[in-house]
Design a protein around this ligand. Structure first.
Ligand code: SF4
Ligand code: SF4
Length: 508
């Protein structure tokens, strides 16, 4: 482990902050995380950017060309799990060398010998400003490994936080974890659950219990639901920027989507010169980084945060600061009473790998190519003759195998077959389809009778390895037709060979 080696690192306020969103890919499957809920944590293709050394070079030279002896960057890496980024050392070592610093939002759930963890261990403070290390539900199953890594980071000279998402089913651990952090002299940082229902649904007792462990203003602001951005003035776009590294797009902060200030891969950046009104009035400013880095005028939390970086801090109510903010006209986000996060189902602490795989498949409309069910039987009849849907489409032979050529526009229908599925079937009902897309991309969907939506649908590209797949009939009475469409974006027709469609029932 090397000693801290860069005395040139600048401290705020001259340091600019860049929030770097690397990718959705992650080693965990937290129940309160949209990336797990959508299955995106499994998207390994998002790592490809970092395997490309020319892309790595563009990212580092973007910052190096904007680093001067008295103007440095603090790069805050988040995702997903940033430690699994390929070539993390090649990306960050030159930036550290030039006096810039980094911070990490990580779950530390990579092996002790993983290159990402080794790099972190070898670059403590001041090269690494802080490590926000979340203890997530899956890590609790082998908590000693997590705490061993925290200890090693602390011993190496890192400024470490134990971040803990305060799902109501996790509140019982607050006292014990706080005590453990105090013993290790590590900042204890419980955070508010942000979901479709929370923070609105915390009871008064839960709120008191949680806020009793807060030591920074940011934590209290998050529990209050964040700040309404209407009339909010901030330094986003001047002292902080956010960069989505999958696209390179640069925005004023990680919460807002506009305006675009440039693109890292095109080496373009137009910084604002002064604080300005939030570009998206009426939304929720809830990211704690923006308070910790003194970005939001009137909600500065830099000094308490810096204190926390140094180690364990006892809880503080910050009542005076919260009242002062309201006196200055800052308002909490009104919709926080019903929840502010993007997670639709916050009941779970974590998902199984099978559930996340299924979410990944469903989000991308990939075909379900296996059905792990018992007692499967076929239902005769119930599927009518295949019919052409559009004068620009072609079908050859109504009897299988049927060759279908769709129109060239995306979402145009090529053919369909009526369904009349008995309503009294006991068990799960599925369509088993044997088909291949010969050119382009074909979509297969079960259309509802009373509204133009699909009960289940999947997209199959030409050359897909599997030719048998399954669509779920969730409502037999409503299922009106099997529709075959063109889902390709390239303006070409999709050509599909449909061999067989069978209704099957699996034991309930
Ligand atoms: S560690 Fe959990 S919360 Fe963080 S990105 Fe991964 S799944 Fe989401
Ligand atoms: S007010 Fe908050 S959400 Fe709006 S730009 Fe500033 S930091 Fe971002």
């Amino acid at each position: 482990v090397s000693e801290p080696s860069s005395p040139r690192i600048a401290t705020s306020p001259r340091r600019k902050v860049a929030e770097l969103y690397l990718f959705d890919t992650c080693t965990l499957k937290c129940g309160y995380c949209w990336l797990a809920e959508s299955g995106n944590v499994l998207d390994q293709s998002q790592l490809d950017q970092f395997r490309d050394l020319s892309q790595i070079g563009k990212i580092s030279s973007f910052f190096l060309s904007r680093t001067t002896p008295d103007a440095k960057w603090l790069l805050l890496l988040t995702g997903g799990e940033p430690l699994i980024a390929p070539n993390l050392d090649r990306l960050l070592a030159p930036l550290h060398e030039a006096g810039n610093s980094t911070g990490y939002y990580t779950a530390l759930m990579v092996g002790s010998n993983h290159p990402g963890f080794r790099f972190l261990l070898e670059h403590p403070y001041p090269q690494t400003d802080y490590v926000m290390a979340s203890l997530h539900p899956e890590s609790e199953a082998d908590e000693n490994r997590y705490f061993e890594k925290i200890r090693r980071l602390k011993d190496a000279g890192h400024r470490v936080f134990l971040r803990y998402v305060a799902h109501p089913r996790r509140l019982h651990r607050l006292d014990e974890l706080s005590e453990r952090c105090r013993e290790m002299d590590v900042a204890f940082y419980p955070t508010t659950l942000l979901s479709n229902r929370y923070p609105g649904e915390y009871t008064l007792e839960e709120r008191a219990r949680l806020s009793g462990h807060f030591s920074s203003l940011s934590q209290h602001v998050q529990l209050a639901g964040g700040l309404d951005t209407t009339n909010l003035l901030c330094h986003a776009g001047s002292r902080i920027i956010a960069i989505h590294l999958q696209t390179g797009n640069i925005t004023p902060c990680i919460t807002v989507h506009r305006p675009s200030l440039g693109n890292i891969y095109e080496d373009r950046l137009e910084l604002a010169g002064a604080p300005a009104s939030c570009p998206e009035p009426g939304i929720d400013c809830v990211c704690d980084v923006h308070f910790q880095q003194d970005i939001v005028v009137g909600a500065e939390d830099g000094q308490p945060f810096e204190q926390l970086c140094r180690g364990y801090e006892p809880p503080r109510r910050h009542a005076g600061e919260l009242e002062g903010m309201q006196r200055k006209g800052l308002a909490f986000y009104p919709r926080s009473k019903i929840g502010v996060g993007g997670v639709a189902n916050d009941q779970r602490l974590f998902y199984s790998i099978e559930e996340v795989r299924e979410n990944y498949r469903a989000t991308r409309k990939l075909p379900r190519t296996s059905l792990h069910r018992s007692g499967i039987r076929e239902v005769a009849g119930s599927i009518g003759v295949i019919e052409i849907c559009d004068a620009r489409a072609r079908i050859e032979s109504a009897a299988p195998p049927t060759r279908i050529v769709t129109p060239s526009q995306q979402w145009s229908w090529g053919a369909s077959a009526p369904l009349s599925i008995p309503e009294d079937i006991d068990g799960e009902i599925w369509l088993r389809i044997r088909a291949a897309t010969l050119t382009g991309e074909g979509a297969f969907g079960i259309l509802n009778r009373s509204e133009p939506s699909f009960q289940d649908r999947c997209f199959i590209k030409a050359g897909a390895p599997h030719s048998t797949f399954f669509l779920r009939v969730s409502n037999a009475r409503e299922a009106s037709r099997l529709v075959i469409e063109n889902s390709g974006q390239d303006g070409r027709p999709a050509e599909i060979l449909l061999e067989a469609v069978t209704i099957i029932v699996a034991a309930a």
